[in-house]
Write a protein that binds this ligand. Structure first.
Ligand code: NDP
Length: 416
């Protein structure tokens, strides 16, 4: 029994807690801690309501300010947690990691650490924070798996799997993220608007000819024909996975593309050009200081409220191009996920679902010893085969499309 502490009680934490509960024979006690304890209690209620607890066991809610390292260490010890899944805001990463180093618990997260006062960091982003604690993890024998959501996370494993198994040389990896679903609202973000907009207001870094290239948001758009979701426009976007893949795989061109509809771009541009996405306080005529972005966040729908009634599918995949035996070769590895099916199973939309399931798959692999590296790793440093195989049975099915057709990716069979 390893016991798991889930930090955060937002959309992704909701899925993580449900999936841990579905695997509690192996994972043991499930503790959920966040700033607002009521949100943790609501998650526990929904697990019970959906009947998602695999066997009778502990499900407990805790109030925690995870910026407080000592309080986090105390909770890890009190709950005897050996695995901490950090799915709180990305501002918490370094504090939670420190608490794991101090207690010996394994650490997992799904996004790169962010400093709220900095809008754009120098690439590679992992070198600014996480990798600086790599030696400390090694000395303490702490397993830390960085960025193990879908993107970053599963797409890193896809890149590693294709790189190792299908090519002599890879020239490019394009990661494409399309949400062809509809929430039926005028405008909404699928997760925390503050984090979401930060992703689109800063420099868009891409890895071109083995160098970092600075681009602007919506500067480069391309129509991609994806399996299941079909043709969609996607735009070059700055994203976490480039900042580790560029270091661990010898591939000169790595880019991330995110799908946006015209309507989203129009609304986003109006908000941005009016200054409403700014984090800098402004003075109102009545002398009140307000942060425009906080006002926008307050009036937009709560991302968690979008799950009921969300329809359609997501498709996220890696397109690799290169050569094998002197011939040009192209491989697409991808997943499609249905918003309504996710809601029926755990009460969430597909964006949270695709991010939460991989973190729990990684926790299971750590609990079984397969991924218990006792050091800090990015996903592509681990064997991707057991991870992809496990997720095929946990609700996230991987498919592959190449010259042999479009089929389920069964990693062991493909490697044989
Ligand atoms: P939410 O904003 O919905 O949830 C964040 C949670 O963190 C909230 O419950 C919040 O608590 C809690 N929190 C914030 N500060 C603290 C603190 N000081 N102490 C304790 N808890 C705190 O985020 P999401 O669930 O959408 O996303 C979670 C993480 O997953 C983010 O890092 C996000 O970037 C990442 N993500 C990764 C994806 C991937 O594929 N790799 C995809 C989607 C998201 P409260 O509610 O009480 O304020």
């Amino acid at each position: 029994k390893r016991n798991v502490l889930v930090i955060g009680a937002g959309g992704v934490a909701h899925v993580v807690a449900h999936k841990c509960a579905q695997n509690n024979k192996l994972l043991g006690d499930i503790n959920i801690a966040s700033r607002t304890v009521g949100k943790c209690e609501a998650i526990i209620d929904s697990i019970k309501e959906k009947g998602n607890l695999q066997s009778p066991g502990v499900l407990r809610a805790h109030q925690l300010d995870a910026m407080d390292i000592e309080a986090t260490k105390a909770l890890i010890r009190a709950t005897k947690s050996q695995i901490v899944i950090n799915v709180g805001s990305p501002f918490l990463n370094m504090s939670v990691l420190e608490a794991c180093i101090g207690t010996g618990a394994a650490y997992l997260d799904t996004a790169i650490h962010e400093d709220p006062s900095k809008v754009c960091e120098t690439p590679p982003w992992y070198a600014n924070y996480e990798w600086k604690r790599s030696q400390a993890c090694k000395e303490a024998g702490v397993t830390a798996v960085l960025g193990v959501g879908f993107d970053p996370g599963v797409v890193n494993a896809y890149a590693r799997f294709a790189y190792d198994n299908y090519f002599d040389q890879v020239d490019s990896i394009d990661i494409i993220d399309i949400n062809a679903g509809s929430h039926g609202r005028y405008f909404a973000t699928n997760f925390d608007p503050e984090i979401n907009f930060r992703e689109f207001t800063s420099t868009v870094w891409s890895w071109e000819n083995s160098q970092w290239k600075a681009n602007k948001m919506f500067e480069h758009g391309k129509e991609w024909d994806m399996p299941v979701t079909g043709k969609s426009m996607a735009y070059l976007t700055g994203h976490d996975e480039l900042h580790s893949l560029s270091r661990f795989l010898d591939v000169p061109n790595i880019r991330f593309w995110m799908g946006f509809g015209e309507h989203y771009i129009n609304v986003f541009n109006v908000l941005k050009n009016l200054g409403l996405l700014s984090e800098k306080p402004v003075l109102t005529a009545r002398g009140q200081e307000i942060v425009p972005l906080e006002v926008v966040k307050a009036v937009l729908p709560d991302p968690a409220s979008l799950a009921a009634g969300y329809t359609g599918k997501t498709c996220i995949g890696d397109l690799l191009k290169g050569t094998k035996d002197g011939q040009p070769k192209e491989v697409m590895i991808y997943n499609t996920c249905d918003h309504e099916e996710c809601y029926a199973e755990v009460g969430s939309q597909a964006i949270s679902y695709t991010a939460g399931v991989p973190a729990v798959a990684a926790a299971i692999l750590i609990a079984k010893g397969t991924w218990d590296s006792k050091c800090m790793v990015n996903v592509e440093e681990q064997d991707p085969a057991p991870f992809i195989a496990l997720m095929n049975n946990m609700g996230l099915v991987t498919r592959i499309k190449d010259e042999h057709g479009d089929r389920l990716l069964e990693p062991m069979r493909e490697m044989a």
